[in-house]
Design a protein around this ligand. Structure first.
Ligand code: NAP
Length: 341
């Protein structure tokens, strides 16, 4: 059995990665269609060894398409996901708009694939925020072992999480520092080159940013509504790979050794934790890889049952494209495609 797949946002960071992941994993496609805005009509994108010519979403008829992987932002997903689902295709969406909808499952396959069984009511499945997928992949086995009460997380998020224009801004600013050009910023609120910015997305009245709010809400939806989480989300001058300093408080005792053993067995996780110079993972090493890496696992002596850890993954892969393709594979393996559409 093979499937007609369309990628919406195919010229973007996530869209290009979606095409690579589909090709790398030999996803069973009968045809792949690359879609973007009208300004990209005719542009070329790679799909394995093949080159696809980009077509415009606005002029595309989805009849006969089986699976649509969307990564073109909420403004596109909000109107288009229901229209595409009505045409009979299953939508797997990377934008934030549908994530907290009660009738849209929010899925990280290693954590809550079973929510697909009864959850697909609108023909739409959501992919979480890029900082969440890696976090829940690391937290799930620890939650099963000792029940998480509270998480305090500080993120170090790469500029690719904000799209291709944001990557270009870091490149231009870095160059400007060396050649003493004027420093310009359009995408970020302050200089990002050689700097860090404690602000991702708009502020809520509470003082938290929307990115921080999403971390709490999405972890609760995917993993457990009883988990309390507070986050500080920070943009850093890294091109690819999000890092997270995570502090976890548990209901029951769990040692660092037990956590390391549990994480070593967990799907999607690679433990690199040598307690010596360089014995941990940084985003440069995680870029282009599928795993969620966990390092620096240690006891937090300031609470009764506490651990601290360092979690790193490629935000364009596990944080977006890989996770979306894994969702599609789960749906096919569980024979849910026709039922969902
Ligand atoms: N980057 C990440 O780590 C990450 C992780 C998880 C989720 N996401 C989400 O994925 C989405 C895309 O992110 P990205 O980083 O790939 O952004 P990006 O690099 O800026 O790419 C945006 C894509 O959307 C397309 N697009 C924009 N407006 C469109 C329209 N009106 N009709 C059709 N296509 C349109 C663009 O096409 P043109 O080139 O033709 O403008 C481009 O292909 C966002 O919702 C983001 O929140 C991103």
């Amino acid at each position: 059995m093979s499937y007609k797949v369309a990628v919406v946002g195919a010229t973007g960071n996530v869209g290009r990665e979606l095409l690579s992941v589909l090709a790398e994993r030999a996803f069973p496609v009968s045809e792949v269609v690359a879609l973007a805005s009208t300004q990209s009509i005719g542009k070329a994108v790679s799909f394995g060894d093949a080159t696809l010519k980009v077509k415009a979403l606005d002029h595309y008829d989805f009849k006969g398409t089986d699976i649509v992987l969307m990564s073109a932002g909420s403004a596109v997903s909000k109107p288009w996901a229901p229209k595409i689902a009505a045409a009979g295709a299953l939508v797997i969406d990377n934008a934030s708009f549908w994530r907290l909808d009660r009738d849209v499952p929010l899925i990280v396959p290693e954590v809550n694939a079973s929510a697909l069984e009864t959850g697909i009511k609108k023909g739409i499945v959501a992919n979480p925020n890029c900082a969440i997928a890696q976090l829940v992949v690391a937290l799930k086995p620890l939650h099963d072992a000792a029940t998480i009460k509270r998480v305090v997380v500080a993120t170090y998020q790469s500029v690719s999480g904000a799209g291709k224009a944001a990557m270009d801004e870091l490149f231009r600013q870095t160059r400007a520092v060396f050649v003493a050009d004027p420093m310009e910023h359009k995408h970020f609120t302050k200089q990002i080159a050689f700097n860090v910015i404690p602000h991702i997305q708009e502020f809520h009245a509470s003082g938290y940013t929307n990115e921080e709010f999403k971390m709490m809400a999405e972890v609760q939806k995917i993993l457990d509504p009883n988990i309390l989480l507070t986050a500080t989300c920070v943009r850093v001058p890294v091109f690819i790979g999000h890092s997270e300093a995570v502090n976890v408080e548990f209901e029951r005792p769990i040692t660092a050794e037990k956590a390391r053993a549990v994480l070593r067995e967990a799907p999607g996780v690679l433990v690199v934790d040598k307690r010596e110079d360089g014995g941990y993972i940084t985003p440069v090493e995680a870029a282009g890889e599928d795993a969620t890496y966990v390092s620096r696992i240690r006891k937090d002596p300031t609470v009764e049952n506490g651990l601290s850890l360092w979690v790193v993954s490629d935000n364009l892969r596990k944080g977006a494209a890989l996770n979306a393709v894994q969702i599609a594979e789960c749906i096919i393996n569980r024979k849910l495609l026709k039922k969902a559409a």
